[in-house]
Design a protein around this ligand. Structure first.
Ligand code: PRT
Ligand code: ZN
Length: 225
């Protein structure tokens, strides 16, 4: 558990959510001097420290109470949560806020020339994904058996490389699917970035700071609507 007196916030070190998260903190009035090499950055004007990690680590840091708050994509949060549930573990955390950036969807896609008549068309095929738990939940809910092909990246080339018949991957503009001769056939999860808090209670001072940040985030999001 994090017992430092500073509020410890995890955010993605380098990636699609990094800039939006650091800009949001800046708009909240948190002054941070970023150092590319450093894992931890300290706010100059508030008792806050920022832990910069891979996005996949953020849900687990929250579930384990190592950090107090985390900014993460709901897709990653849900995937890690399901992973723990499938392993027989209960996870606890609070979702404080859904944010207005990081929007994407987790979708099934097949080669453009393949006929698709609903998810049953994928029965017993092999599906490439970096999100095996979200995929498993969706396929089980629909009663469709399938074979897994887990890839951490380059999922979109799996069909043309002969590794899988379909993919289950994140989509935003659809350009990547298009460029790889694939068509989106089913959306299985809609995601945005979100702010989460560990389950164990924070000190009164830390919780008050969280409330202040939340009020500011609320104001910033309303102003941009
Ligand atoms: O290194 P680290 O593990 O921290 O980062 P990462 O490479 O795992 O994640 P990153 O930075 O790519 O994405 C972080 C989060 O941004 C994701 O978990 C989503 O919540 C969110 N997000 C929003 C996206 C996209 N949009 C997105 N388009 N994440 C990935 N993509 C990829 C997608 O995988 C595909 O390769 O972009 C491609 C598709 O984009 P379009 O526009 O061509 O459809
Ligand atoms: Zn990642």
């Amino acid at each position: 558990m994090n017992t430092t007196s500073r509020l410890r916030i995890a955010l993605q070190k380098k990636g699609r959510l990094s800039q939006d998260c650091s800009e949001l903190l800046k708009k909240c009035g948190v002054k941070i001097t970023w150092n590319e090499q450093r894992l931890i950055a300290y706010a100059e004007n508030m008792p806050i420290e920022i832990l910069r990690v891979r996005d996949d680590d953020i849900p687990n840091l929250i579930f384990d109470g190592v950090v107090d708050l985390g900014f993460v994509g709901e897709n990653v949060l849900e995937e890690e949560e399901l992973g723990r549930q499938y392993a027989g573990e209960q996870v606890q955390y609070q979702k404080l806020k859904r944010l207005d950036f990081g929007g994407c969807r987790l979708s099934l896609a097949v080669p453009r020339d393949v006929q698709y008549d609903g998810v049953q068309s994928l029965a017993n095929t092999r599906i490439a994904t970096s999100y095996p738990n979200l995929l498993k939940r969706y396929m089980s809910k629909n009663g469709v058996p399938f074979k897994n092909c887990f890839l951490n990246g380059s999922v979109e080339v799996a069909p043309s490389a002969g590794l899988a018949s379909a993919i289950c991957d994140l989509v935003s503009s659809g350009a990547t699917l298009e460029a790889n001769g694939l068509k989106e056939v089913d959306i299985i999860y809609q995601s945005k970035a979100c702010l989460i808090q560990r389950a164990e209670p924070l000190s009164v001072e830390k919780q008050a700071l969280v409330e202040r940040l939340l009020t500011r985030i609320q104001g910033i999001q309303q102003a941009s609507e």
